[in-house]
Design a protein around this ligand. Structure first.
Ligand code: SF4
Ligand code: SF4
Length: 161
């Protein structure tokens, strides 16, 4: 994997085939611990809909945080994390704890996923997410992860190849 990628800091990404199971246990750890980088159109939408709840960090636009470091949109109900903009949450929130790279790479076969058109991806999962090794088998989840990635980042990633 690319070293120095800011999206990877604070994470422990491993190839998806090395983690048999995953489910979101709604602990909210990701919403408390990580910066949420935004695409330009996401930042504009957040700004227009919810107000100036965006910040610039190291030249990147991200969601603002509360004084305790958690996302401004995080709340808890009965100990369960709840996103108050769930249906409009940014792409990075929808993808976490997964991370996608385009194309195959030697030595990274455990991360390989080939879609229905034969296009190759490398899919990683952050084992710092407490939902790893829990819940249903991970394999049927991967096509949905790829679909989400395509929807939010496909055009952007392809334009940078
Ligand atoms: S850290 Fe993992 S289990 Fe916890 S809310 Fe985030 S995705 Fe769900
Ligand atoms: S926008 Fe929602 S899902 Fe994303 S970090 Fe904030 S509370 Fe969590």
């Amino acid at each position: 994997m690319a070293r120095g990628d800011p999206l990877l800091s604070g994470h422990n990404y491993v190839p998806w085939r090395r983690v048999e199971r995953w489910t979101c246990i709604r602990c909210g750890l990701c919403c408390r611990n990580f910066l949420v980088p935004l695409l330009t159109h996401e930042a504009l939408k957040i700004y227009k809909t919810f107000g100036p709840l965006i910040v610039q960090v190291n030249g990147k636009i991200a969601l603002a945080k509360k004084p305790d470091g958690s996302c401004v949109f995080l709340t808890y109900e009965g100990g369960i994390a709840k996103c108050t903009i769930y249906f409009e949450r940014p792409g990075v929130c929808r993808l976490y704890p997964f991370y996608i790279k385009v194309g195959a790479e030697e030595g990274e076969e455990d991360a390989l996923y080939v879609d229905e058109t034969g296009f190759k991806y490398r899919v990683y999962i952050d084992t710092n997410c407490p939902g790893t090794y829990k819940g249903p088998p991970i394999e049927p989840i991967i096509p949905k992860v790829i679909e989400t990635w395509r929807r939010f980042y496909g055009w952007w990633a392809m334009s940078r190849r």
